[in-house]
Design a protein around this ligand. Structure first.
Ligand code: GLY
Length: 394
């Protein structure tokens, strides 16, 4: 469980300008959204409520991004100790328990993103037993997507959907920590085995020889043969989608921590070096790494925020080494740029913590907007910097 800093220290932390701005926005959004959920991205820098769809009313708990909202509340509570944040996050934890028990919108590998932040976090921070049970149910559900003989977790859609069958994506690395946690909790080796095999398949196939990454990769679900890489949200099948590369940095690093497999640390650094070599002058990537300084392509600030958390994680993995110094200096440079150029000033100018993210440019969805995950990882990055030794929810 967490050891929150003493009150005086917390007051000083929360007064740091970047944190103060972010915390004021989280506070304002709690008042605005109540127990409902903002949409994936802002529209003109304001979050609308998540639109109604099918059985879901406006603001309902559906999709892959809703947990970033309580995730921000848990971070805010750890920094400030203010019960407003904890109480809001606990109400969301109850709603996530309801979601998994009622089987609502669970056909996705993103159960890892969802239940790590909404349910594992309250277990880690408060020992909340209901949240623990919800997270274990979600981990069991996620295991249904583990395909033999390929040894991968299918990313999207119904398992019988031919268009999605045998397909995984680099983002899935961030869904593995839910399974790692479930293994720690239950001792059931199925969870650990899935993490080992899935991450090795991604290391071998989604990471290319030049250290860039495919967004998605297909396996033959019957024979387990690796088939081909492709993109869904990047510029081209053979380009390098910036957020995917950032998921690779953080995801391979976290899975190295979980498994002790040195090749995953190597994979994380390969992603990291490629990412750094393709940053423009202000250290925040274009939405796809094919673009360079001089391009008018949009930036993806969310990819930068994810990468910062990955670099801080890499620094923690090898403390006192030259590589840790490199990782820390990369994290600080990118984070400084986000604070100086991408956080709204004044904070009330937007509902988002950082501006200029991209969700899915090929589908014209959330381009040059704030994003819930960009906001979460920006606040995690600020927290990691402000509270060395902070224990990740992942
Ligand atoms: N995990 C989905 C995305 O990064 O857009």
């Amino acid at each position: 469980m967490t050891s929150t800093p003493p009150t005086q220290e917390r007051t000083a932390l929360a007064a740091q300008p970047a944190l103060a701005g972010a915390l004021s926005t989280v506070r304002r959004n709690i008042a605005a959204f109540g127990d409902l959920y903002p949409d994936d991205t802002t529209q003109d820098d304001r979050y609308p409520l998540r639109p109604a769809e099918g059985i879901f009313a406006e603001g309902g708990n559906r999709g892959w991004t809703t947990s970033f909202w309580p995730g921000m509340q848990w971070l805010s509570w750890e920094i400030t100790g203010d019960e407003v944040f904890r109480d809001a996050a606990l109400r969301h934890a109850a709603d996530f328990e309801r979601r998994v028990r009622q089987g609502e919108d669970l056909d996705t590998h993103d159960l890892g993103f969802l239940y790590t932040l909404a349910s594992v976090a309250p277990w880690r921070l408060l020992g909340d037993e209901d949240a623990r049970q919800a997270a274990l149910l979600a981990a069991d559900h996620l295991m249904k997507r583990f395909l033999e003989p390929a040894g991968i977790i299918q990313a999207w859609g119904d398992l019988s959907d031919p268009a999605q069958r045998g397909r995984t994506i680099i983002d899935s690395l961030m869904n593995m920590p839910l399974l790692t946690w479930a293994h720690e909790q239950t001792g059931d080796e199925r969870f650990a085995d899935a993490v080992r095999r899935h991450t090795i398949q991604l290391r071998d196939h989604i990471l290319r020889e030049d250290d860039s990454t495919f967004h998605t990769f297909y396996w033959d679900a019957e024979t387990g043969e690796p088939l081909r890489g492709a993109t869904e949200q990047g510029a081209h099948d053979d380009s390098c989608w910036a957020r995917g590369q950032a998921w690779g940095i953080y995801g391979f690093a976290l899975n190295h921590r979980a498994t002790g497999d040195a090749s995953l640390l190597d994979a994380a650094w390969r992603c990291a070096d490629y990412f750094l070599a393709h940053l423009p002058a202000d250290d925040v990537p274009f939405w796809d790494l094919v673009y360079h300084d001089g391009s008018d392509a949009p930036r993806d600030s969310s990819a930068a925020a994810i990468a910062v958390c990955g670099f801080f994680e890499l620094a923690d993995l090898e403390p006192g080494t030259v590589r840790a110094e490199r990782a820390t200096s990369a994290a600080n440079a990118i984070l400084d740029s986000l604070v100086a150029r991408y956080a709204p000033e004044p904070p009330e100018a937007s509902d988002a913590l950082i501006l200029h993210g991209v969700y899915d440019l090929p589908k014209h969805n959330g381009v040059d907007e704030g994003t819930l995950w960009g906001d979460y990882f920006y606040l995690e990055a600020l927290t990691r910097r402000a509270l060395p030794g902070w224990k990740p929810y992942w």
